[in-house]
Design a protein around this ligand. Sequence first.
Ligand code: GLU
Length: 456
Amino acid sequence: MSHKIVTRFAPSPTGHLHIGGVRTALFSYLYARQNKGTFILRIEDTDKERSKKEYEDSILASFEWLGLNYDELHRQSENTEKYKVYLHKLVDEGKAYISKEEKKEEGDRDSVIRFKNPNKDVTFNDHVLGQITVDTTDLGDFIIAKDFDNPIFHFANVVDDHEMNVTHIIRGQEHASNTPRQILLWEALSLEIPEYAHIPLILAEDKTKMSKRAGALNVFEYKEMGYLPEAILNFMSLIGWNPGGEQEIFSMTELVEKFSIDRIQKSPGVFNMIKLDWINKEYLKKMPYENQEEYMIKFIPENFTKKSQYTSEKLHSIVPIVMERISKGCEITEMAEAGELTYLFENPNINKDILLSQIKKQLKDTDNVGLETKTKEILNKIIELLTNLDENSWENEMIKTTLWDYATDAGRGIVLWPMRYALSGLEKSPDPFILSQIFGKNETISRIKKAIETLN
Ligand code: GLU
């Protein structure tokens, strides 16, 4: 092809950028980048009542956050003069006409501009859907503008695609039914018709229509939940496009290289949240430590800063144990709200029965007094061993080495379980060595002492 490849994404600013729109934009973007072409963002704001500046701003901000750079930005509201020229052309040539309309309601217009439908079969070769032939008779003489200053969507869309030299129209399948009508306009204006690729619908996991619960949300709602832009783009690229092979994690560079219109499938794609979470986690794992820390902090509730043992060193040290448990940031907030992170920042409440529960299982014949005495003895021994470990060597592996022989002799379950519980107050938590490292020598010993105090 002699033309430079030009693609565009053409959202109407009547809402925020939706996750489905991200995929349409991405495919257009990838195709342009792959072919060293131009990617245009065109705000289709011909509908003056429904278009809002705040949505345009939001769409632009979403593009920025996603890192989808466009080469040109246009607004239909700035192109009114152009549409006028083409409208006059069609009317002058007798291909459109000003039609007197019956006023049905107060405020109705008494005239509009209608296209004179030649009532013919229209055929186009869609890159995804294949060859499609439609008899356009049913469309009648459809409206293309309210008046010369107010074209409607179909007309403005065609004029813009022509004026902006768009070569490939990649858009959602819901627009496939608009194409015959638009082709009639291309033909009437004697313009070269671009290539079409109508990409498949996105369905929920259970193959029903997408709902909010199934993930039909806007980009910022995803951002707020802690999804990373790279993860969203990677995930969306795989809905309705099949890269071939097993690989599922693709960098933007790889996507630009591998993307192919011919591998876009016809049948609906499925939005699988579990897969999105998995991909997000993969990207979180790749993040440098400092970025993980910054990311984590954003999701820890404000009121945590007031907790007695909340320090920036503490935050720094809990990054791995928090991050390994989540696939998106909002889960940190959920854990915090469920009380699962509180122990990291303040002394836990120790329940004597739970503290004794493991020993009780192992020393079945011992009475409660005996169990308490035994537990005290164990915890005191741990304190004794840890006291001898130098603060400079206070690190996970060294702590483990310090306690290992004793734990092995006495029984790991009855030594390490009560220690871990004494540190966290939770039946499930990271291992006691990691916790000790996080808390530091003083706090570790003080927490174990507090647990001992609950015993008689
Ligand atoms: N403005 C249309 C929409 O918001 C896009 C039309 C097109 O891509 O041709 O869906």
